[in-house]
Design a protein around this ligand. Structure first.
Ligand SMILES: [Zn+2]
Length: 290
């Protein structure tokens, strides 16, 4: 199978930028958050990075034809269930009792078929991010991802982004037109759950996990308004991700640290106290440079 790099972590962390960087530096394809192909692509027909609805975009239309007949509503349901961070440890318990066999089988059959089709283009990046994905795709078989990049941003920056009103230009229905918004503390708690599950998954596949920090990555590039000179200038056929993928804005790297200004002193302290133990677990894996 072709080389597949997985970007694991929490949303609003800058992973779409990282994906565009991997594309340019490593000569890999970026197909976005592939986990959403069933729900946002086939069922909701949201816009691909090329600006066309997923079922009309020539790239994804071909992939969907090649995939053949699937019950996409069921795939979407099973994906949500198995990739949930909140339910991860419960799912793990059910899986060990054999109670998820059928769902895991469908989930793996669909995704491995998809990987096979996408892999014909060469190596690629899957920035679906959910840690449980890297676990359940490898459940009872070998890990399909040759490298798992655990992408981490300061949780206070993540929480600040979760509190903002952000449009989703790819949406086809009014109900999906905005990214979900959360309060500061609920955002931190969701980040914490994701980070503990990511840590568990990282321990299982420690030999292929590398941590990348958003702040370090952006600082490398943020020399005023540094623009990446990309080897890949073609249109990105990506499912889901940062709205910047529609405007070519992913080639401009700038550290977004607005949270430092906007959050109050107590919010910052609370975030620090709540999240430091989890960040210590992240740093256990910060050893190799990718
Ligand atoms: Zn497209």
């Amino acid at each position: 199978m072709s080389k597949i790099i997985y970007v694991m972590g929490y949303g609003r962390s800058g992973s779409t930028f990282y994906e565009s960087l991997l594309q340019a530096r490593e000569d890999l394809h970026g197909f976005g958050e592939i986990k959403y192909l069933a729900e946002r692509g086939v069922l909701n027909n949201e816009l691909c990075g090329c600006g066309q609805p997923a079922t009309i975009c020539p790239f994804w239309a071909n992939v969907i034809t090649e995939l053949g007949e699937w019950d996409y509503a069921e795939i979407s349901r099973v994906t949500d269930k198995l990739e949930s961070s909140k339910s991860f440890f419960n799912n793990l318990r059910l899986a060990r009792c054999g109670k998820l066999d059928e769902e895991i089988d469908l989930y793996q059959r669909f995704n491995y078929r998809l990987f096979e089709i996408l892999g014909r283009q060469g190596g690629f990046v899957d920035s679906s991010k959910m840690p449980a994905r890297a676990f359940f795709l490898a459940y009872g078989r070998a890990q399909p991802y040759s490298k798992i990049i655990w992408f981490v941003r300061d949780p206070r920056g993540v929480a600040w982004s979760c509190m903002k009103d952000i449009d989703r230009p790819e949406a086809q229905h009014a109900k999906d037109a905005k990214m979900p918004r959360w309060g500061y503390v609920p955002s931190l708690i969701k980040w914490l759950i994701n980070t503990y599950v990511s840590h568990y998954v990282a321990l299982q596949f420690a030999d292929r996990v590398v941590v990348k920090r958003y702040e370090n990555l952006m600082s490398e590039f943020d020399l005023g308004n540094a623009t990446m000179s990309s080897k890949r200038v073609e249109v990105l056929h990506s499912i889901s991700g940062n709205p910047g993928r529609f405007t070519g804005g992913l080639h401009v790297f700038r550290l977004d640290d607005a949270w430092q200004k906007h959050l109050s002193v107590w919010q910052k302290k609370l975030g620090f106290l709540l999240c430091t133990p989890a960040l210590r677990r992240v740093s256990q894996f910060e050893r190799t440079k990718y």
